[in-house]
Design a protein around this ligand. Structure first.
Ligand SMILES: Cc1cc2nc3c(=O)[nH]c(=O)nc-3n(C[C@H](O)[C@H](O)[C@H](O)COP(=O)(O)OP(=O)(O)OC[C@H]3O[C@@H](n4cnc5c(N)ncnc54)[C@H](O)[C@@H]3O)c2cc1C
Length: 533
């Protein structure tokens, strides 16, 4: 059929998870396709700054990495999954080095060269392998280069998954919108893997790139997969507040070096929330900023490091200094306007320890998945490690399975006979904005039952409007993202409504304490229970 492609494995996403999997599979001469919604570098992987956690330091141990992760996860991590992940840290870093990733090194006193390790929040040892302050870029570019060289991998940019094609609970392919040529293509595959990243773009402010609209979670849900723990959305406390710079992160190191959070009148406020002040954990700082902004109706607060000598600031924060200067903010002279921003989606498509989902031959790896590693709060730099470990686990399972599978044939063609070009695209842009605003205001850092209820009412209205629009008009990239975002928003709200306690990243004024009357529970949503979704 015209516009139909066949591959052994179809991977949706060209971030750390998708490309690791592609490279591991291509070893056995399997024909692999990798799709990216935009350019190959478009995902969060490219923007990761800090690094990847793994035990290398002689004073560190796997047990310590395990315990730190369990502590961060606030009672909800799956201990077996955490063990499995931390045990594969070193070999994951070794593999990346074999792919050409140059990590920052240092000389020991005896003149040997070893990896330089950073220390980050939640880690009790130096454990973060990094490439200066742009680790993700180094990882992303090396993996893309290796994939481009590999004759068994075909890379498709500007290809946006619309929906999975399933037959009797078995995944056989996907409909994909080729946004460059403005047409829908059908991909048949023996195995399909979602590696499409997180859903932070459901919120008004986010540190994530445009691609993080939770598409993988929405297509998996529509196909019949369970999702889990989506109430645990991690917010970074300080993202630059500027019309042209929403996604730029102001590193925690600025607070670490004495940066103070202040209100527009110049008064500090963190001391009212935590005795550690600006050095309190991320979620506490984010909540304090949110509280002040909501109470006073502020658009942002400020982070001020200008009391430090200018040469010190320029030397310690060259990247932040330059980026802010580009927006006419001289951080040696004036405070930086900041807001908290959605940063990481701890929940996602429920998978087992081989990244298998509820649907046969469908896998999910990376931020799109919920493996049980992060529990109620992700520890810094564990997410790229999760991408590497679970891509490897998936590749092992897929290699065993492939020989028994045949190529699906005669997939139903995409039907455009009932639709026309839209003459009302304003509906899409308006609804995009509305959704991200009410998610920010009502389902953000501090929640209440009432706010969640208000948000759900709006989701119901939007869902109807979007379904109607989708039924009448040809697809566009914006429409596909909106259609997915409204589903993801609904799933986040439903998960948040089910949790009648505050735990980890989920904080509600109606149940401000941990529920200690029963063992910690994961929130699991099953599509069958929500037929109208
Ligand atoms: C600013 C920032 C800093 C971070 N720093 C760190 C850090 O230091 N350490 C750490 O461990 N983690 C960090 N994280 C988190 C980490 O980067 C991500 O969790 C991780 O990179 C996710 O990788 P992934 O492969 O799952 O998805 P991504 O890297 O987000 O890739 C997703 C891919 O899927 C594609 N895609 C999405 N939707 C579709 C669709 N509909 N059709 C086709 N393709 C699609 C995208 O184009 C992209 O190629 C950071 C994140 C951000 C945003």
């Amino acid at each position: 059929m015209k516009g139909e492609f066949s591959f052994d494995v179809l991977i949706i996403g060209s971030g750390g998870a998708g490309l690791t999997l592609a490279l591991k599979l291509a070893d056995v001469k399997t024909r692999v396709a990798v799709l990216s919604k935009f350019a190959l570098t478009a995902g969060s992987t490219y923007y990761a700054q800090g690094g990847i956690s793994a035990v290398f330091d002689a004073n560190d141990s796997l047990e310590s990495h395990l315990n730190d992760t369990l502590d961060s996860g606030a009672g909800l991590c799956n201990e077996e999954i955490v063990k499995l992940t931390v045990n594969h840290g070193k070999e994951s870093i070794d593999w990346l080095r074999e792919q050409g990733v140059m990590f920052t090194e240092e000389q020991t006193l005896s003149g040997e060269t070893k990896l330089h390790l950073n220390r980050e929040g939640g880690h009790s040892h130096r454990r973060v392998v990094h490439t200066a302050d742009a680790t993700g870029k180094a990882v992303s570019l090396s993996l893309i280069e290796r994939a481009q060289e590999n004759a068994h991998i075909e890379l498709f940019e500007n290809h946006n998954i619309i929906d999975l094609i399933t037959e009797n609970n078995r995944c056989v392919g996907a409909y994909v919108f080729n946004s460059q040529q403005q047409k829908v293509e059908t991909f048949a595959a023996k195995i399909i893997v979602l590696a499409s990243g997180g859903a932070s773009k459901a919120y008004l402010y986010s540190t994530n790139p445009q691609s993080s609209t939770g598409d993988g979670m929405a297509v998996a849900w529509r196909a019949g997969c369970r999702v889990s723990n989506l109430e645990f959305m991690q917010f970074h406390p300080t993202c630059l507040y500027h019309p042209a710079g929403h996604s730029f992160l102001i590193s925690e190191a600025v607070r670490g070096e004495g940066g103070r959070l202040i209100l527009p009148d110049g008064s500090a406020f963190m001391q009212h929330f935590d005795e550690r002040g600006e050095l309190a954990p991320r979620d506490i700082v984010a909540r304090a900023i949110d509280h002040e902004m909501k109470k006073r109706g502020l658009e942002c607060v400020y982070l001020d490091i200008s009391h430090k000598p200018a040469p010190f600031i320029r030397e310690h924060f060259p990247n932040i200094y330059q980026q802010c200067l580009a927006f006419d903010i001289d951080i040696t002279q004036q405070p930086i306007p900041v807001v908290p921003a959605a940063h990481y989606t701890c929940g996602g498509v429920l998978t087992d320890s081989f990244a298998r989902t509820d649907i046969e031959n469908l896998y999910a790896v990376g931020e799109v998945a919920c493996t049980g590693l992060h529990g109620a709060n992700r520890m810094a730099s564990n997410s790229l490690l999760e991408c590497l470990v679970f891509a490897t686990r998936a590749s092992e399972d897929i290699k065993q399975k492939l020989p028994q599978l045949t190529m699906p044939k005669n997939l139903p063609a995409w039907d455009e006979s009932q639709v026309s070009d839209s003459d009302e695209e304003v509906v899409v842009s308006h609804n995009w904005n509305e959704l991200r605003h009410f998610m920010w205001d009502y389902v953000g850092i501090v929640r209440t039952d009432k706010r969640l209820h208000r948000a759900m009412n709006r989701v119901e209205l939007l869902k109807k409007e979007i379904a109607e629009y989708y039924a009448h008009f040809r697809v566009t990239s914006d429409l596909l993202e909106l259609r997915n975002l409204v589903i993801v928003a609904e799933l986040i709200i439903r998960c948040a409504q089910q949790r009648k306690e505050s735990r980890g990243l989920h904080y509600t004024l109606d149940y401000p304490n941990l529920d200690t009357s029963q063992p910690a529970q994961n929130t699991v949503l099953t599509p069958d229970n929500f037929v109208n979704s």
